[in-house]
Design a protein around this ligand. Structure first.
Ligand SMILES: Cc1cc2nc3c(=O)[nH]c(=O)nc-3n(C[C@H](O)[C@H](O)[C@H](O)COP(=O)(O)OP(=O)(O)OC[C@H]3O[C@@H](n4cnc5c(N)ncnc54)[C@H](O)[C@@H]3O)c2cc1C
Length: 215
């Protein structure tokens, strides 16, 4: 799926997220529905599902159901899935045309689960200000998290270095990651702040306002 021409053409952020999952052997065997149902808090797809407001379709003994991603991931390896339900499909809505995107993560080695990762989707107004931003991080809590205060802080502003620095600072103040054997809480907080800065900048660069030559 990471190399599928339709995915790359219409939802390149999904191709980028999948490209970060383990190695090609893992990607060829693992499934999108399995990753969503498994819900490792360091996994890429739950965070992208949250950022895109994906719909998770399930089937069980009581019939079918549709779960918004925002209420599906309930804790580490835990979801709203009932014991008799399976995930049958995940619908990732296409962002509005002109939406810039970025998906980045930090891992010890290429192919390892991320220590911290993040994605940003950003629409820019013609004048170069941020019209709408969505940010989701993973590896910083028991579920992927959106950062509404940070999203709001950049909305209406041009993404200058000062604005992006302030967004990064706000991210660090907002998050309270846990320490584990892989990384300290401070390290995760610092990496998360850095990723918010870089994903916002990279997403803006992929909007028509950020890359006028391509418009
Ligand atoms: C070395 C290694 C590195 C990896 N690195 C990453 C990584 O960086 N990022 C990442 O996201 N993943 C990574 N994974 C893969 C991750 O473990 C799989 O994406 C995940 O396990 C889903 O794989 P699967 O679809 O085969 O489901 P399985 O592994 O078969 O199942 C996982 C769990 O989900 C349940 N399940 C599976 N499908 C469904 C369904 N449709 N409905 C309900 N429950 C279901 C199973 O019962 C099981 O409990 C890695 C795996 C390995 C082995």
């Amino acid at each position: 799926m990471a190399v599928h021409p339709l995915v790359r053409a219409h939802l390149p952020v999904l191709a980028a997220a999948i490209g970060r999952i383990g190695h090609s052997q893992i990607r060829n065997r693992g499934t999108v529905c399995g990753s969503i149902a498994h819900h490792d808090p360091s996994a890429e797809l739950p965070a992208l599902a949250l950022a895109l407001d994906a719909r998770i379709l399930t089937y069980g003994t009581r019939g079918t159901a549709v779960h918004p991603a925002a209420s599906f991931f309930t804790g580490t390896f835990d979801t709203a899935l009932a014991p008799d339900e399976i995930v049958t499909a995940v619908q990732f809505p296409l962002p509005e045309p002109g939406t810039g995107w970025a998906f980045e993560e930090v891992a010890r080695r290429s192919g390892d689960f991320a220590l911290v990762g993040g994605t940003a989707l950003l629409r820019a107004a013609p004048g170069g200000t941020v019209e709408r931003a969505r940010i989701a991080l993973f590896g910083v809590a028991s579920t992927p998290v959106r950062l509404p205060a940070v999203e709001e802080s950049v909305t209406g502003a041009a993404p200058t270095p000062d604005v992006l620095d302030a967004a990064a600072r706000l991210t660090a103040e907002t998050l309270d990651p846990a320490a584990d054997s892989h990384a300290s809480a401070d390290y995760r907080r610092e990496v998360a702040a850095h990723l918010v800065r870089t994903t916002l900048a990279d997403a803006f660069a992929r909007t028509p306002a950020g890359s006028p030559a391509d418009a």
